[in-house]
Design a binder for this molecule. Structure first.
Ligand SMILES: Nc1ncnc2c1ncn2[C@@H]1O[C@H](COP(=O)(O)OP(=O)(O)OP(=O)(O)O)[C@@H](O)[C@H]1O
Length: 292
């Protein structure tokens, strides 16, 4: 659907004297699910609102297929940005009324699909939207995001308020929808362990800076836990940045983020070291400063 390019160029965002984003650069290309992960206050919402052209960056700009997105009516039509249930914007209306209006400026909006999801996610359609529970409102938001079928769909922590079974249904539906109607999804989250299997690509931001941006697989393949005798682990890790280390008796475990050669891994294992792949959640926690 999109086969296009979304580029962030030298984006910085200042709020008075507070710098929420510092020189963020990246290119997203093609149809994929991109996970934007970052701790509380890292700058996720700020970055997404700039990507969605809801606000302009203090410095830098965003382009979609080489055209500025800010104040670009065509881009607004082709993108959806959903953030924590904007109750105020919904006023007193029922879903059906809201969908009718949405159809006017979302040419791909599929009302039949939206209504089917309303049933499946048990969002009542006979109540005013302002009367929905928190979880129902999150589900409603997610339904709008999926059924709008815009080439660019940006969901800012849209799962907030959904209970665990509902979130799990949402993830399945997202994958299902991505297969049938591929587009560029950008999802922000800190539920990393729960959502990592969804991501084709990951952007990690920390204190307003883009710390990491790569294919999910490439990131995962650089994260290792290494356990063995104190000396063996130290020897293996000489010259390698260690993210965390834990010593229990004479044995030591470290987490590293590094390209290892398959041969080095084999040799280390043969020499008695235990090497296992870390999860994105481990890397996320420790690349962004640990549990402090
Ligand atoms: N309008 C504003 N004025 C001043 N500071 C702001 C404004 N909006 C955001 N900030 C600050 O910018 C930083 C990034 O905020 P942002 O909402 O983008 O973080 P986030 O990664 O989405 O966080 P969370 O996971 O907690 O939702 C925070 O320190 C926040 O206080």
């Amino acid at each position: 659907m999109m086969d296009g390019k979304l580029e962030a160029k030298n984006i910085s965002m200042h709020f008075k004297d507070y710098q929420a984003l510092s020189d963020v650069n990246f290119t997203l290309e093609g149809n994929k699910i991109v996970g934007l992960i970052g701790r509380n206050g890292a700058g996720k919402t700020t970055l997404l609102s700039i990507l969605a052209a809801y606000r302009d960056a203090t410095v830098g700009y965003v382009e979609a297929n080489g055209k500025l997105v800010f104040e670009n009516a065509k881009y607004m039509k082709n993108s959806t940005f959903l953030y924590e249930a904007p109750v105020k914007d919904l006023q007193d209306q029922k879903a059906s009324k809201y969908f009718e209006k949405l159809q006017l400026y979302r040419p791909n909006f599929d009302k039949t699909y939206a209504n089917e999801l309303m049933k499946r996610f048990k969002v009542p359609d006979n109540k005013n939207l302002s009367k929905l529970s928190k979880g129902q409102l999150s589900a409603f938001n997610m339904i709008v995001g999926l059924a709008s079928r815009t080439p660019i769909t940006i969901l800012d922590e849209v799962y907030l308020g959904m209970d665990a079974p509902t979130r799990s249904m949402f993830y399945k539906e997202l994958l299902n929808e991505q297969e049938k109607h591929p587009r560029l999804f950008i999802l922000s989250t800190h539920l990393v362990s729960e959502m990592e299997y969804l991501f084709d690509e990951v952007m990690m931001i920390h204190e307003g800076k883009l710390l990491l941006h790569d294919d999910y697989q490439s990131i995962i393949e650089r994260g290792y836990f290494i356990t063995g005798s104190h000396d063996d682990v130290d020897e293996f890790c000489s010259g390698i940045d260690v993210l965390i280390e834990e010593t229990i008796g004479g044995s030591k475990t470290v987490l590293i983020y590094e390209d290892l050669k398959e041969q080095d891994i084999q040799e280390a294992r043969a020499a008695g070291l235990d090497i296992s792949q870390a999860k994105l959640q481990d890397l996320f926690t420790h690349l962004t400063g640990g549990e402090h």
